[in-house]
Design a protein around this ligand. Sequence first.
Ligand SMILES: *Cc1c(COP(=O)(O)O)cnc(C)c1O
Length: 369
Amino acid sequence: MPEVAPIPFLDLDRALDPIRDPVEEAVLEVLRDGRYILGPHVAAFEAEWGTYLGNSGADVHVVGVSSGTAALFVALMALEIGPGDEVITTPFSFASPVEAICRLGATPVFVDVDPETYLLDLDQVEAAITSRTRVLLPVHLFGKCVDLERVRGLCDAHGLALVEDAAQAHGAKSSGMVAGTVGDLACFSFYPTKNLGAAGDAGAVVTRSEAMADKVRLIARHGSRRKYHHELLGQNERIDAVQAAVLRVKLPHLAGWNAERRSIAGRYHDALGGQVGLPPDSPGDVYHHMVCRIADRDNVRQTLMERGIGTGIYYPSALHTQPAFRAHMPEVPSLPVVERLTHEVLALPCFPGLRDDELFRVCAELLRV
Ligand SMILES: *Cc1c(COP(=O)(O)O)cnc(C)c1O
């Protein structure tokens, strides 16, 4: 058998290599400077992330926090979500939003997803609204936004708060609006593998309301404006100064990386379209993952692995079936679309620096399984 180099599912070094020196310099600068808690890089990153999102004209406030999960917790705490409240969300995502809902004593209400886009099925949301529903919490999964105009309209019509989980959607758009600028609150993660990733954990809460930003900042910083004076019940969810410094170096590259992800996705569509189930492409998608649907997924994945091609599964099980959340739901709903998707989804290599020859080999091998 000829020796061919394996193709990784993800290789973060390829995007990092060209900017390794300034990233390392930023880390050292914080180390030498000594202002480890908050400080100039945190304030500057918050302003720069707001400017990036606000390029479309939205005026937003940003509060840096310690992770995407922390962002979701703090956002729901700022809305004073608690026992008796219901939060409508998707069963097809990472667990963080549901952890926050359940931990605060509220009830997650899961609505099934759209089989094409994998996003919360907005046609089914209205039927799930009750007198206890407080929040609609959609996830912009794999870099594709839910229809922001429609979801905002649904929330306004029913008096619900909109919390966007934009952890996988840095710079994604829908009908001209940018993910994270439409919700009452939006939550970003800068986990290292996200489209904009730190060198550790980091996140941000985004809101157009100055009062809400103030409340979020207070909650994430011990409920305290003045040392040893605690206005409201908070906790420590500050973003780390080193991570803020790293993110500032990387942010100017985000648009280029997203363009590269889109062009990789375009080539997957050209090579595989009509032969493999692919999500529809919209111009605002930023392809955090390129996820296709394959009936015989597990065998195909195994064969690709034997041929040196890495793939991922997002997600192998649905959130409403997780034992951790069962006690927090009055009953476990039956959600046939997501239950089927968990057996069929396969994420293909899609990251800045993936080469054409690698991409075409992934497609060729996938088509000849
Ligand atoms: C990554 C992710 C989170 C959590 O972010 P962390 O920074 O890892 O805490 C939340 N929601 C979604 C959809 C994610 O992909």
